[in-house]
Design a protein around this ligand. Structure first.
Ligand code: ARG
Length: 399
C-alpha cells in the first residue's frame, strides 16, 4: 500500500519537482500523478513545462493562469496592509504560496485525488505555507513532500531523474536558488550564503545597476481608490498591467533591491536578496496616502495590525481566523484612502514629493504658520494644563 493513490503535484519544471514524479511512483507507491504549474507572471514559457511533466510520467499536466487573482486577491490586500516582513520584504514569495495551495486543492477535488505533493525541502518557509494552507482548505487531503525526506544531494537528485528518463538540466544550472513571479524575485544560496559577500550584479533582472540608470529623474504619479492602486500618471490600469508597468518604470531607475538577513519561521537566519520594484514603491506610496487620509488613532493602531498581519502571512497562516479578522479591520480603514501620490524616481530612490486627496484630513487653516491661521492658541493653554496634570502631581510628590 502506497502513501496515496492519486496525487496533484505542484510543478515548476525544475529538477526537484520533475524528480518528484518518478520518486512518488517508485518509492511511495503513488499510482497516478497530475501536475499543476501556476502562471504567476514568472515570465517562463509554460508550454514546455507542461510537456516536460508528461514526459516525466504525469498522467495529466495542468497549467493555470492565476496572474489576475494573484494581484487582486493576494498582492493588493498586502499593499493595503503595508506588509513588509521585518520592515523590508514585501512577501513576493510568501503571497504566492497560499494561492498555489488553493488551486492544488481545487484540482484535487476535481480529479478525485487523495493527496497533494510539493517539492519543498525541510528548511524553508514554503513547506510550511503549502502544508498549512492545504490543510486549512481541505483537512482530509494528505500532503506529501518527498524532497523533505529523500535526502539526496543535487547531483544524486539529477542522477535519480536520469534513471527514469528525466534529462539533466542542459545549461549549467544557476548556483542561486531563485523564486520569481509578478511581484518580484527572491534569491538565495551560492555566494550569497556568506552575508559579508556583496551580491553579484548578474543575479538581478528586474532592477538596473545604478551606473546604468537614467541621469535624469522621472516623475511618477500613482492613483489609489479605497487603498487599491488604479492609475499610473492619470491613466487607469488593470491590476496585472499596473504591476507589470510599475516594475518596468521603477526597476529602470535601479529601485527595489533588498539585501537582508531574515528570520525564517523554522528558526534559521538566511541571507536573502529581493528585487520587488512595484511592490516596495506601492506600499510606501500607499502608506503615505494613509497618513493624509486616516485619523491619527486609526493610523497608529493599524501599525500593530500590520505587523501581526505580515508575520502571519509570512508564517503560512493566510487561511486562518486571525488573518480573516485582521482583513476585516484593514478593509474598514481603506474606505477613505483614495488620492494620488507623486514620486520622483532617480538613481535607486523613489522619493515621495507630493500627495493629494479629496478625503484629505490635512487642514491648511489649522496647520499654517501664516496670518490665515484658525487654530485657537488660547485653547492650547487649557489643554496643556489638563494633559500635564498627572505629570505635575507626580513631580510635586517626587521632589
Ligand atoms: N525567504 C523568502 C520567503 O520565505 C523567499 C523564499 C524563496 N524561495 C525559494 N525557493 N528561493 O518568502
Amino acid at each position: 500500500m502506497g502513501r496515496a493513490k492519486k496525487v496533484v503535484l505542484a510543478y515548476s519544471g525544475g529538477v526537484d519537482t520533475s524528480v518528484c514524479i518518478p520518486y512518488l511512483k517508485q518509492e511511495w507507491g503513488v499510482e497516478e500523478i497530475i501536475t499543476l504549474a501556476a502562471d504567476l507572471g514568472q515570465g517562463d514559457e509554460l508550454e514546455p513545462v507542461r510537456e516536460k511533466a508528461l514526459k516525466s510520467g504525469a498522467s495529466e499536466s495542468l497549467v493555470a493562469d492565476v496572474k489576475d487573482i494573484f494581484v487582486k486577491e493576494y498582492a493588493f490586500p498586502a499593499i493595503q496592509a503595508n506588509a513588509l516582513y521585518e520592515n523590508r520584504y514585501p512577501l513576493g514569495t510568501a503571497l504566492a504560496r497560499p494561492l498555489i495551495a488553493k488551486i492544488l486543492v481545487e484540482a484535487a477535488a476535481k480529479y478525485g485525488a487523495d493527496a497533494i505533493a510539493h517539492g519543498c525541502t525541510g528548511k524553508g518557509n514554503d513547506q510550511v505555507r503549502f502544508d498549512v494552507s492545504c490543510t486549512a482548505l481541505n483537512p482530509n487531503l494528505k500532503i506529501l513532500a518527498p524532497a523533505r525526506e529523500w535526502g539526496m544531494s543535487r547531483e544524486q537528485t539529477i542522477a535519480y531523474g536520469e534513471k527514469f528518463g528525466i534529462p539533466a538540466p542542459v545549461k549549467k544550472s544557476s548556483p542561486f536558488s531563485i523564486d520569481k513571479n509578478l511581484l518580484g524575485r527572491s534569491i538565495e544560496a551560492g555566494t550569497l550564503e556568506d552575508p559579508a559577500n556583496e551580491p553579484p550584479e548578474e543575479i538581478y533582472e528586474m532592477t538596473k545597476a545604478i551606473v546604468d540608470t537614467p541621469n535624469e529623474p522621472e516623475y511618477l504619479e500613482i492613483g489609489f481608490q479605497k487603498g487599491l492602486p488604479t492609475t499610473i500618471n492619470g491613466t487607469s490600469k488593470e491590476p496585472v498591467e499596473l504591476i507589470e508597468q510599475l516594475n518596468k518604470i521603477i526597476g529602470n531607475h535601479g529601485i527595489g533591491r533588498i539585501d537582508m538577513i531574515e528570520n525564517r519561521l523554522v528558526g534559521i537566519k538566511s541571507r536573502e536578496i529581493y528585487e520587488s520594484p512595484a511592490m516596495i514603491v506601492l506600499i510606501n506610496a500607499h502608506r503615505d496616502l494613509e497618513s493624509l487620509t486616516l485619523t491619527a488613532d486609526v493610523s497608529q493602531y493599524k501599525r500593530g495590525i500590520e505587523e501581526t498581519y505580515t508575520k502571519i502571512v509570512y508564517n503560512g497562516l493566510w487561511y486562518s481566523p486571525l488573518k480573516a479578522a485582521l482583513d476585516a479591520f484593514i478593509q474598514q480603514t481603506q474606505e477613505r484612502v483614495s488620492g494620488v501620490v507623486r514620486l520622483k524616481l532617480f538613481k535607486g530612490n523613489a522619493t515621495i514629493v507630493g500627495r493629494w486627496s479629496d478625503n484629505s484630513l490635512y487642514t491648511p487653516d489649522l496647520a499654517t504658520y501664516g496670518a490665515e491661521d484658525q487654530f485657537d492658541h488660547k485653547a492650547a493653554e487649557g489643554f496643556i494644563y489638563v494633559w500635564g496634570l498627572p505629570t505635575r502631581i507626580w513631580a510635586q510628590q517626587n521632589k
